[in-house]
Design a protein around this ligand. Structure first.
Ligand SMILES: Cc1ncc(COP(=O)(O)O)c(C=O)c1O
Length: 353
């Protein structure tokens, strides 16, 4: 607290990211990073970019990256927005598209940055309870609202909403923007991007942090009708002209040129997830069906916070949320098979103690 603060700062409740420990030799299954490195083509493209040209500002529009994303997803560059991580893209979407007189709707259990952005931008919101099985029920969104946002698959549950259900939601809310945050869609879901050409109220947000192994580069993007993109550009150009640096633009564009590597690493994560689900179930955990690179699981006989602390003592970090309805769950990111194996072994020992 300080008398020098602008009034709005006093009331902010900032987002708390998962721990990035300085210790090495930890098995880090807490922030949904990809256990595999980025494509060698990404690293090569970035190496080339380390040159005298770094003294020059990057392209403020990141046209090269927008073109790569547009080609990959079969849309026009005017339908693409890029930002410094999808968090920044989401932040601009909250400010540019989600602030209306009627409240913004999002699930009661979801990405915890959403209420933080509402606090920052003074957006009125109302949460919509997930069902008892922790699923989004689109029927519950049939209410007066200014806009809607949810992740698909949802975080931290990992549960997927079918594209048909998203289409129903879009038809039921033709006058509201619907933002689908697809941070984890490449691990087993159908993207809503093909719906963009028919629904001018749909904005799909994706990230290169998860399925493209580039959390450290900070690149995210949105695809939507050019009018929605223009709103994002207006906010972005009122905030920071150069959110993506030269290395990020080069590396991110190259990641869309290595489809084989992308498919191979996504499939490896999916395979490890299925193995881990089987093993956790065998240990007595209830595991929610996951279409993401993490699983959300609880043990009927063990306290989740205690389990998380015990795993940490064994140098394995998973994420635990002290939040109503989910305080007995652990969110476990999918690591390599060796990392998942070490987790299962540690849990086996803890459960038999
Ligand atoms: C649902 C969801 N959306 C967006 C993000 C932000 O990802 P990034 O800013 O790394 O693109 C995350 C990160 O964990 C997430 O879980």
């Amino acid at each position: 607290m300080s008398r020098f603060w602008s009034p709005v700062v006093h009331n902010l409740t900032p987002y708390v990211p998962g721990e990035q420990p300085k210790l090495t030799n930890l098995i880090k299954l807490n922030t949904n990073e990809n256990p595999y490195g980025p494509s060698p083509k990404v690293q090569a493209a970035m190496q080339t970019e380390i040159a005298d040209t770094l003294r020059l500002y990057p392209d403020p529009n990141a046209d090269k990256l927008k073109a790569a994303i547009a080609t990959y997803h079969g849309v026009s560059p005017a339908e693409v927005f890029v930002g410094n991580g999808s968090d920044e893209v989401l932040a601009h979407a909250f400010q540019a598209l989600l602030k209306h007189d009627a409240p913004l709707l999002f699930p009661d259990i979801t990405y915890s940055f959403y209420p933080v952005y509402c606090g920052l931008y003074g957006i009125d919101y109302r949460t919509v309870a997930l069902s008892d099985t922790l699923e989004i029920s689109t029927d519950d969104y049939r209410q007066d609202c200014g806009a809607i946002i949810f992740p698909n698959p949802n975080a931290p549950t990992g549960r997927l909403l079918a594209r048909d259900a998203i289409e129903t939601l879009l038809n039921e809310h033709p006058n509201q923007v619907v933002v689908v945050d697809e941070a984890y869609i490449d691990f087993g879901g159908d993207s809503a991007i093909p719906l963009v050409s028919r629904y001018p109220n749909l904005l799909v947000v994706q990230t290169l942090s998860k399925s493209r192994s580039l959390a450290g580069l900070r690149v995210g993007f949105a695809i939507g009708h050019p009018a929605l993109i223009e709103a994002l550009e207006r906010v972005k150009n009122s905030f920071n002209s150069y959110p993506l640096d030269r290395l990020a633009i080069a590396g991110a564009a190259a990641s869309f040129e290595d489809e084989a590597y992308f498919r191979q690493t996504c499939q490896a994560v999916i395979n490890s997830r299925e193995t881990l689900v089987g093993e956790l179930t065998h240990l007595g955990f209830e595991v929610l069906p996951s279409a993401a690179n993490f699983v959300f699981a609880r043990h009927p006989l063990r306290d989740a916070a205690t389990l998380a602390a015990a795993l940490r003592e064994r140098a394995i970090i998973v994420r635990h949320f002290r939040q109503p309805r989910i305080e007995q769950f652990l969110r476990i990111s999918i690591g390599t098979d060796a990392e998942c194996g070490a987790l299962v072994k540690a849990l086996e020992e803890l459960l038999s103690a």
